[in-house]
Design a protein around this ligand. Structure first.
Ligand code: ZN
Length: 177
């Protein structure tokens, strides 16, 4: 299973689904905080706030999953499959290093959208593949939640797309701290 990250094995227990969801939501929250920090560096307060909002939604979801998981022993699952990746390069994580310093608002929103779509299809696939009715219902709920995030990001991206890219900023954010 480890060599085939794109075709995960079916999730057949609620515990396994909750373990995946916890990792995925924590990962997303951390990435949104990172993107928000990056947008603040760009003096892009609106986008920073949008990412903080998404981080809060992910944390909220994680907290809900955590409550649901109370008393259940969750399997430990290697975190590689929740790592955010760059559009077009499934193996690399473009937030691992520092390249996002130059990331524009549109790029940042596009990256987030890409990963929300991945999350959505992860849950949708889990719902479709599972042989467990409870997992199916839960995973479908989670997929719907991710679909909301996708729609939100699509809206923000459409708004942001009409605006000039930040790398043309004549006043780059290199002020000494
Ligand atoms: Zn999400």
């Amino acid at each position: 299973m480890k060599d085939r990250p794109d075709t995960p094995a079916p999730i057949d227990t609620v515990a396994e689904l909750l373990a995946h969801a916890l990792e995925l939501e924590h990962e997303s929250a951390a990435r949104y905080e990172q993107l928000a920090d990056s947008m603040e560096v760009h003096h892009n307060r609106l986008t920073a706030e949008q990412f903080r909002h998404l981080a809060a939604l992910s944390e909220e979801h994680a907290a809900g999953v955590g409550q649901r998981a109370a008393g259940i022993t969750l399997p430990s699952i290697p975190p590689w499959e929740y790592k955010w990746n760059c559009p077009g390069s499934p193996e690399s994580d473009c937030l691992e290093h520092e390249p996002h310093y130059l990331m524009t608002r549109v790029e940042a929103l596009g990256l987030a959208l890409h990963n929300e779509r991945r999350a959505q299809s992860f849950y949708a696939q889990a719902a479709a593949d599972t042989g467990n009715a409870e997992v199916r219902v839960l995973a479908a709920e989670m997929a719907a939640e991710e679909a909301d995030h996708v729609a939100m990001l699509e809206g923000w991206l459409a708004e942001a797309d009409g605006q000039p890219p930040r790398q043309d900023d004549p006043d780059p954010p290199n002020v000494a701290a």
